[in-house]
Write a protein of this length. Structure first.
Length: 96
């Protein structure tokens, strides 16, 4: 097996383009950024290798194609959101 280098930005753009075929572009970019950042941090189990599984789960209707976020409760120090069976990466970024 030979080693090769894929630039992180190129991989982010590729993953975002793949997701953007089925998701809103903003959400596709957030998910791609999250996946590739995970790879860069060495957490490959949550990186680009997840793309095929995510696509399959979306096709099976297990993940919604659009993340509808609802604020369920809020205190001065916490907030609880429901992502409506959408993308955790999206609700996490928007909640922060």
């Amino acid at each position: 097996m030979s080693n090769f280098v894929i630039r992180a930005q190129s991989l982010k753009e590729f993953c975002a383009a793949v997701f953007a075929k089925s998701l809103p572009e903003e959400e596709a970019v957030i998910i791609a950024d999250n996946l590739i950042d995970s790879d860069l941090l060495g957490v490959e189990s949550h990186g680009a290798s997840r793309v095929p599984g995510y696509l399959k789960r979306m096709e099976q209707g297990l993940i919604e194609r659009r993340t509808n976020i609802t604020l369920l409760s809020e205190t001065p120090t916490t907030a609880m959101y429901d992502a409506g069976n959408g993308w955790g990466q999206v609700v996490s970024v928007k909640a922060m």
